[in-house]
Design a binder for this molecule. Sequence first.
Ligand code: FES
Length: 155
Amino acid sequence: MPVDTDKIKEILQSYPADQHYSLAIMQDLQHEFQYIPREGLEALSDYLGVPLSSLYSMATFYKALSLKPKGKHIIKLCDGTACHIRGSMTLVEGITRALGITDGETTDDGLFSLELVNCLGSCALAPVMVIDDTYYGKMTMEKLPGVLDSYRKEG
Ligand code: FES
């Protein structure tokens, strides 16, 4: 999908051309596109007069920023205390085995991304997994394939 360059321009121009704002601008780009498109990073480099390589290092350093598009479905797996105690790490292994991705990665077909997150506020349902906006409480390894398959079928 082509990147909306007008939107990139709009974000850049909402900040003064000062390199102190580079992180804030990257966060806005991330928020808008769910990742930082290459076009955005290049435009930012021109706008601030900062080398592209410095912006790349910054973008790879901050976990909240991503240089790759996220998957169509975002799997958020809670690794807060309650979920951790009830086996969230086993579920991560299950997802890694089923999809070949771990925390922060996206499947090659672009269908799923996995993110480990802190408490989702539903500890009574631990371990909790959320795909897009749907909560799956008391998640088990047994339920995992069926849930993932339902998204695969949907595409
Ligand atoms: S620790 Fe997972 S929902 Fe609270």
